[in-house]
Ligand binder design. Sequence first.
Ligand SMILES: *[C@@H]1O[C@H](CO)[C@@H](O)[C@H](O)[C@H]1NC(C)=O
Ligand SMILES: *[C@@H]1O[C@H](CO)[C@@H](O)[C@H](O)[C@H]1NC(C)=O
Ligand SMILES: *[C@@H]1O[C@H](CO)[C@@H](O)[C@H](O)[C@H]1NC(C)=O
Length: 372
Amino acid sequence: MSVCCLIGRPCFSCLSATSTMAPRNRSSSRRPLWIIILIAFVCAVGLGAYFYTPRHYTTCYLVSSDACSSQPPPEPVRVYTDDEIAARAIMRDIIRARPVQSKNPKIAFMFLTPSSLPFEKLWEKFFMVIWGTISMIDAEKRLLAHALEDPENQHFVLLSESCVPLHNFDYIYSYLMETNVSFVDCFDDPGPHGSGRYSEHMLPEIVKRDWRKGAQWFTVKRQHAILILADTLYYGKFKRYCKPGNEWHNCYSDEHYLPTLFNMADPTGIANWSVTHVDWSEGKWHPKVYRAVDTSFELLKSISSIDESIRVSSNAKVNYRWTYLVIIVQHIVQRRPCMWNGMKRPCYLFARKFYPEALDNLMNIFSNYTII
Ligand SMILES: *[C@@H]1O[C@H](CO)[C@@H](O)[C@H](O)[C@H]1NC(C)=O
Ligand SMILES: *[C@@H]1O[C@H](CO)[C@@H](O)[C@H](O)[C@H]1NC(C)=O
Ligand SMILES: *[C@@H]1O[C@H](CO)[C@@H](O)[C@H](O)[C@H]1NC(C)=O
């Protein structure tokens, strides 16, 4: 897999995972090149400063059926291993450290994509091989490491090649920069595709109660990006014991590692939803993919006005009928208002998945786009 990195707005560059950045001028790049671009997109604009407003999170108190809103059961006393004590001390210090004050705070946009779009199908197939395995997390860590090299990058956005922006840059910039939380999707799915993927190999460091699920498309503040790179303890557990395959309960690291890590290390530091919208409502293995005909101004407008995060969790009911065992997998929809610095706001800054054929429509919509 290669990594591509764009530095915006005035210029961008593209690199492979192992090579160094090769700056390229935006004006010299033609559209096909822009499409073929593979992974990391470091977009840097030094607009605005941090706005500091106090956080009030009321989300959890508005919903009652959810893990985060209920009182946690009393912690059983457990003796931590030496590795855990060391890992926790490092994480605690990273979280407590004052954020670096930068004169020109930037956001790093990182695209994690299988490969060039003209061969998307082929590469999707190729990508399936590593889908869900720890190599996704490795790719994300490589992207973060590259983006962290610029001390002015204060927020890091992971996107896929099928993502599109829903708002203009200034809106996205202030949405991410004017809050102290990372937008990491994190929820407790009690069903077979959630806690059903937990295995006791995760013990003693990761207990079942701490196990979480969430979409992999995150935005993280700098501290959290460093925390992800610093973690070897929990990462090692996932690398060894969270893999696709029946003997591993079909565990997918990219859906569980970061939600579980942040739930343990800094639960109040994350918003618990992802700012990238995806439509799972069809209830299939893969989310809805928009074709050119689906891609209208109304579609983007309706996605960008959603102000509740919706998660489809799985729930298994077991029925015994005579000698047959019937397992019904029921999809439960959880809705929560998206609270941004204590205010209910639209949840999404980006949307996926769009087929490349939607490009012309998207270009047309965006040239007329005045929604902020
Ligand atoms: C973010 O954190 C800083 C200190 O780390 C604080 O001064 C500021 O008020 C916080 N901003 C928000 C939006 O909570
Ligand atoms: C996210 O959920 C955790 C509990 O799982 C909670 O402590 C935290 O406050 C939530 N974050 C926000 C921003 O509401
Ligand atoms: C964008 O504006 C042009 C000119 O006003 C118009 O022809 C076109 O249909 C508009 N596109 C959309 C998607 O509204």
